[in-house]
Design a binder for this molecule. Structure first.
Ligand code: 13P
Length: 291
């Protein structure tokens, strides 16, 4: 099956009250594991590529080529979107679209609202001509280096009126409002801004995106989905599963030298994690839509 844009899968998810997983590609084995996990669950899936991984994996055309070749090799017949995660500039978004990505995130959340609207508008114009989907962000999703107490985190929550304006003036397809989730491991109890999440979804009408999907309690994930979250991004939990499998193999076999010996169990561990997230998100069996 050819790559598809996220738009239809996210609208079906909004109607059907489930979320589609975005799993980040780290290398060949992650790509194999995610595609095979989605196929095993008969689930739509979004392959996310963050900017730092573009040079690591050999550039955008190499990544798009690898994904398409693996889809053909495994006979993947579930909807797959290839998505640029946290694109920081107009240029990198256009480069991703040119390479065959079917969806981009333009993340100008650290700029002023006016500058965010301006660049998001320009990206959306190009992406929509190509039938691709656009995600944008408002507020600040913090990283693993930040050690925020909840009051500080709430100060960085997306503001509803700004979300409405960004959506209205840009024509984006889905929105990632920062509401207390973080990339990387959580320190202490995560506290998501559910009231604000519901308000933003009602007022924008768009499918919402939850970044930092690793390490959140299952009930928080389900609550986010009930409030209109249709795309949940996961990377750290897959990375942790991969590394734990490699560590365990090498501890037990210190003389091993063939990478396949530890990369195969690592790939299987990532696939198991992907499948368990897909079931938690409710997208298992939804490859043909929610009906
Ligand atoms: P985690 O690494 O915390 O799962 O977050 C992934 C993410 O949000 C990618 O955009």
């Amino acid at each position: 099956m050819a790559l598809v844009s996220m738009k239809e899968m996210l609208h079906q998810a909004l109607e059907g009250q489930y979320a589609v997983g975005q799993f980040n590609l780290n290398n060949l084995e992650f790509t194999q594991a995610i595609l095979q996990g989605a196929q095993a669950e008969h689930a739509p899936v979004i392959l996310g590529v963050s900017e730092a991984y573009i040079p690591y994996m050999g550039g955008l055309p190499c990544i798009a080529g690898m994904v398409k070749a693996l889809i053909a090799h495994y006979g993947i017949n579930v909807p797959v979107a290839l998505h640029l995660d946290h694109g920081s500039t107009f240029e990198v978004c256009v480069q991703a679209l040119h390479a065959g990505f079917t969806s981009v995130m333009i993340d100008a959340s650290h700029h002023s609202l006016e500058a965010n609207i301006d660049v998001t508008q320009r990206v959306t114009q190009v992406a929509h001509v190509l039938g691709a989907t656009v995600e944008a962000e408002l507020g600040r999703i913090t990283g693993r280096e930040d050690d925020l107490v909840v009051d500080e985190a709430e100060g960085m929550y997306a503001v509803t009126e700004e979300c409405v304006r960004l959506v209205r003036e840009t024509g984006i397809d889905c929105l990632a409002p920062a509401l207390g989730s973080v990339h990387g491991p959580y320190r202490g109890q995560p506290k998501l801004g559910f009231d604000r999440m519901g308000e933003i979804q009602r007022q924008t009408g768009l499918p919402l995106v939850l970044h930092g999907g690793s390490g959140l309690p299952d009930e928080e994930i389900r609550q986010a989905i009930r409030l209109g979250t249709c795309k949940i991004n996961v990377n750290t939990d897959n990375q942790a599963a991969c590394t734990a499998a490699i560590r365990s193999f090498l501890n037990a076999h210190p003389d091993a030298y063939d990478p396949r010996n530890y990369l195969i169990p690592a790939r299987e561990a990532v696939q198991r994690t992907v499948q368990s997230k897909i079931r938690l998100f409710g997208s298992s069996g939804k490859a043909g839509g929610h009906a």
